[in-house]
Design a protein around this ligand. Structure first.
Ligand code: NAP
Length: 287
């Protein structure tokens, strides 16, 4: 690695550490009694978010498609200390379910302090094979339902000076092979909510908006997809979930987890050829 590259990388690391040091401190008491909606909470990172919130004594509404699993997660939340743990089964590919979830949660909780949008629909980890219908469907689940829920939640968040948290991915900043439909939905999220962030600030809104950029996390779904195809380190879902909550509770604009996803995202902008070479040679693929 050349001296120039080393200086650039060292500067990025120093800047990142400085930002981290000046970040506001997290007070878990601020979540006691907080009214929170978590989507995609039947499994994976969303499930872990629900358990952390439960330990902090929050009032939670969780949603996903599988009612039986949601019921089990809600019961565990109550045993961990949640003040309330309610669930509603919903399919985010439907035109009406995103609104139905928000209305249910508003009725049960009386308002929101946090809305954490986290769900994703299943998508294959393969080369793009021309399935436009799947991509349209995934856009509905991973993108359109997010903006629908966000819009319907904003008036309540405005009243409570609440936080809207959007879970995105490094693949929303840096396209990679085998995930064309998924990466499209995450780019759409980053674009839309990046724009909304400015508009809320310009309107002097009370609502804080956080976008979470995640690297590979060790959920069952993700590990199942990447096994035998790519060998990169996966980070724990429980720690990821805690970082997402802290980002929303401390009203930070962005989370990069693990921290080096920030460096990877910047490296892609500054050294595209090198990044392309690394990406294309990281995946186990023979044509
Ligand atoms: N894991 C990673 O490596 C990774 C990396 C970067 C970003 N992320 C982001 O982190 C978030 C959580 O990822 P994860 O790995 O925890 O995902 P996951 O384990 O696949 O969980 C997805 C959740 O979404 C729900 N869901 C699926 N289809 C749905 C639909 N049509 N309507 C409503 N709910 C639906 C699932 O429950 P049901 O099946 O019961 O509906 C489940 O609760 C996502 O936004 C993802 O993009 C993850």
């Amino acid at each position: 690695m050349g001296t120039f590259t080393k200086i650039i990388l060292a500067s990025i690391c120093v800047a990142y550490i400085a930002v981290k040091w000046t970040s506001p401190t997290f007070n878990e008491e601020s979540l006691r009694g907080a009214r929170v909606v978590v989507t995609g909470a039947s499994t994976g990172i969303g499930e872990q978010i629900a358990y952390h919130l439960a330990r902090f004594g929050a009032q939670i509404v969780i949603t996903a498609r599988r009612e039986k699993v949601l019921q089990q997660v809600a019961e565990k939340c109550l045993s961990l200390g949640a003040q309330k743990a309610l669930y509603i089964a919903a399919d985010m590919s439907s035109d009406t379910d995103p609104d139905r979830v928000v209305d249910f949660a508003l009725e049960k909780l009386g308002g929101f302090d946090f809305v954490i949008l986290n769900h994703i629909g299943p998508s294959p980890f393969t080369m793009w094979g021309g399935d436009v219908e799947h991509t349209k469907w995934l856009m509905k689940v991973n993108f359109f339902s997010y903006i629908q829920m966000a819009w319907r939640s904003l008036p309540s968040l405005e009243q409570s000076k609440g936080s809207l948290v959007v879970v995105s991915s490094l693949l929303g900043k840096m396209p990679s092979p085998f995930v064309a439909p998924y990466t499209s939905t995450k780019f759409a999220l980053n674009g839309f909510f990046g724009s909304l962030y400015h508009e809320l600030a310009m309107k002097k809104s009370n609502v804080s908006l956080s976008i979470c950029t995640l690297g590979l996390i060790d959920t069952e779904a993700a590990m199942q997809k990447v096994k035998d195809i790519v060998a990169i380190p996966a980070y724990p879902a429980s720690d990821t979930a805690l970082n997402i909550i802290i980002t929303g509770a401390t009203r930070q604009q962005e989370l990069f987890y693990p921290w080096f996803t920030y460096v990877v995202a910047i490296t892609r902008e500054w050294f595209p050829s090198m990044t392309n070479y690394v990406i294309q040679n990281t995946y186990n693929y023979t044509s």
